[in-house]
Design a binder for this molecule. Structure first.
Ligand code: NAD
Ligand code: MG
Length: 397
């Protein structure tokens, strides 16, 4: 097999580490560049092991420390620093695949750079798509960049579609009647909402089925993760919000489903292990070994499905509402959510304040229908400023 060069943006995170674990099993894939914000100890170990051509550290202080470490090490890896360098390694001519695994809006520019350069984009950084929606999909159409969703639900849907190309062609649009996004329900599925005030960050980060970074873990606990995924599904597959249903499936074995016009429903099943969607993206259109254990349905015993409780988890409704509004609404939702989650993790606001804060920010910013990238960036900053003002004045514990 010919060697394929990969840039992993966010290689020290949960998705980044799982990506490297899949690479370990597939020697024809090699690392071109790695990146992290601050965790240079792990990043340095990754550099020694994978010998990338470039390593990017975005935090200036951490970059200085990394430079000292690399100077004494037996490696030719070149250090680049700052956020712009992420775009450089995402669009370099020598790269074929870019794994976008930075968390939050911080991944937007590099994700866009990879798409504009026509790279195969393995999209884990859902926030980038939620923020820029049609603009990102349009950029992919123009450059021919295939977008392979790594979010397990969207990856499942992608696998169930006949041609498995991101964005449906007209014939597929006609035959798909509905997508069903499954949700584990998160750690508080069975906790009484009257007790939500007492929820600690540690409890919110303890997901029953998936081991993930802290931000997405809190999103899963509030069900905002499913709200963001609802928006993500509309843009990725070019469908209307009415065609998407969310179903709570606590076993997390069925990762999502596609309904077709003849009554057929296709689902993708597997253990809840991100190495499966990651290996699918890396190998596409072939399949590669992922290292995930095989699914044993006898051991799973039963698969349950219940409707989500949006009164208990209002973040899901907020996400669906933003999907209906489109335009700048998803970017406002995302910015407010990122600030709310950070404030919750810092102990500044309680768990029930997360949806209240997001709703308050959304109510203050009117939705613009066809935003440019510049407008989205402005509105992101504006929404964060309003969120932080509200955190200080009204929502602080
Ligand atoms: P994580 O917190 O474990 O890792 C985040 C990575 O991004 C780290 O490498 C970190 O150094 C880097 N990073 C953080 N802030 C940065 C900044 N300001 N500038 C540059 N780099 C920065 O997160 P994760 O769980 O791996 O999630 C990554 C993305 O994948 C998120 O968008 C998440 O929603 C999505 N995702 C994750 C999972 C999962 O199982 N972890 C599943 C589906 C989707
Ligand atoms: Mg998901």
């Amino acid at each position: 097999m010919t060697k394929t060069a990969i840039t992993i943006l966010g290689s020290t995170g949960s998705i980044g580490r799982s990506t490297l674990a899949v690479l370990d099993l597939n020697p024809h894939l090699h690392v071109f560049a790695l990146s992290a914000q601050r965790n240079i100890d792990l990043l340095f170990d990754q550099c020694l092991r994978y010998q990338p051509r470039y390593v990017v550290v975005t935090d200036a202080q951490a970059a200085e420390a990394m430079s000292l470490k690399l100077a004494d090490a037996d490696t030719d890896t070149q250090l680049l620093s700052g956020a712009d360098a992420l775009c450089t390694v995402a669009s370099d001519d020598r790269v074929q695949i870019v794994m976008a695994a930075i968390v939050g809006a911080a991944g937007l520019e590099s994700t866009l750079a990879a798409v504009r350069a026509g790279k195969r984009l393995l999209l884990a950084n859902k926030e980038a798509l939620v923020m820029t929606g049609e603009l990102l999909m349009q950029a992919a159409t123009e450059s021919g960049a295939p977008i392979i969703p790594i979010d397990s639900e969207h990856n499942a849907i992608f696998q169930c579609l006949p041609l498995a190309t991101a964005g449906l062609d007209a014939a597929q649009m006609r035959s798909v009647t509905k997508l069903v996004l499954t949700a584990s329900g998160g750690p508080f599925l069975h906790r009484d909402s009257t007790d939500f005030e007492a929820i600690t960050p540690a409890e919110a980060c303890q997901h029953p089925k998936w081991s993930m970074g802290r931000k997405i873990s809190v999103d899963s606990a509030t069900l905002m993760n499913k709200g963001l995924e609802f928006i993500e599904a509309c843009y990725l597959f070019g469908l209307q919000p009415q065609q998407i249903e969310v179903v709570v499936h606590p076993q997390s074995v069925i990762h999502s489903m596609v309904h077709f016009n003849d009554g057929s429903v296709l689902a993708q099943l597997g253990n809840p292990d991100m190495r499966i969607p990651i290996s699918f993206g890396l190998g596409w259109p072939e399949r590669l070994p992922s290292g995930a254990p095989p699914l044993d349905l006898v051991q799973v015993q039963k698969l349950e499905f219940v409707a989500p409780d949006t009164a208990k988890f209002p973040c899901l409704s907020l996400g669906m509402e933003a999907a209906h509004q489109k335009g700048t609404a998803p970017a406002v939702l995302n910015a407010a959510n990122e600030e709310a989650v950070a404030a919750f993790l810092d102990g500044k606001i309680g768990f029930p304040q997360i949806p209240r804060l997001i709703a308050a920010v959304m109510a203050k910013i009117p939705c613009e229908s066809t935003p440019s990238l510049a407008i989205i960036r402005d509105i992101d900053t504006h929404a964060r400023n309003i969120a932080n003002e509200l955190i200080t004045k009204e929502f602080c514990r």
